[in-house]
Design a protein around this ligand. Structure first.
Ligand SMILES: Cc1cc2nc3c(=O)[nH]c(=O)nc-3n(C[C@H](O)[C@H](O)[C@H](O)COP(=O)(O)O)c2cc1C
Length: 158
């Protein structure tokens, strides 16, 4: 089944609508950037919904789905869950989907995420921990970045 904004596929127990995009997986992997300055432009709720939907398709151990998402403002989203690798996969899915939406997704794991009253303020269960805060918006510029070349980290054992 097709629609204007994507196509519906049977990927699991539910039908999923896969958004149309010209951004390839490799585009998203190389072009994703965190930004620290955003335009004063609201992020459409449906773009956030599309990005969040990719998060729940992140791999997770024994399909425990150990995440909850608290949307504080239309343009701000926080991924929350037990500190567990799956939650980071989910957050990274959001960041990669953001490339297709023209949005930068910036992780923060420092001070604000450790505030003792945060879980209660958000209405989270007592034993949950905040994995990361994600700031999402249209960046004012293409943020520069760099990486040490791959050859510094790889040893081919042949
Ligand atoms: C798990 C994780 C936690 C991070 N936590 C913070 C943080 O607490 N504060 C911060 O300024 N940046 C944080 N960052 C952003 C990184 O410093 C960022 O990857 C770096 O600026 C490079 O940006 P780029 O991936 O867009 O090239 C975090 C990134 C990741 C993946």
């Amino acid at each position: 089944m097709s629609s204007e904004s994507g196509h519906t596929e049977k990927l699991g127990i539910d039908d999923c609508t896969v958004p149309e995009t010209n951004v390839s997986v490799y585009d998203a992997l190389y072009r994703r950037r965190m930004a620290w300055d955003f335009k004063n432009q609201p992020v459409p709720r449906d773009a956030l919904a599309r990005m969040l939907d990719t998060a729940i398709w992140a791999p997770n151990h024994r399909l425990t789905e150990p995440w909850r998402f608290f949307i504080l403002k239309q343009e701000t989203k926080r991924a929350h869950g037990r500190i567990y690798a799956s939650v980071c996969c989910a957050a990274h899915n959001i960041a990669l989907a953001g490339v297709a939406e023209g949005l930068a997704v910036t992780w923060e794991t420092g001070g604000p995420t450790r505030h003792p009253d945060l879980a209660r303020t958000l209405g989270a269960e007592e034993d949950w921990e905040l994995a990361t805060m994600l700031s999402i918006g249209y960046p004012t510029e293409d943020p520069p970045s760099k990486r040490t070349p791959l050859s510094n980290f790889v040893q081919w054992l042949e």
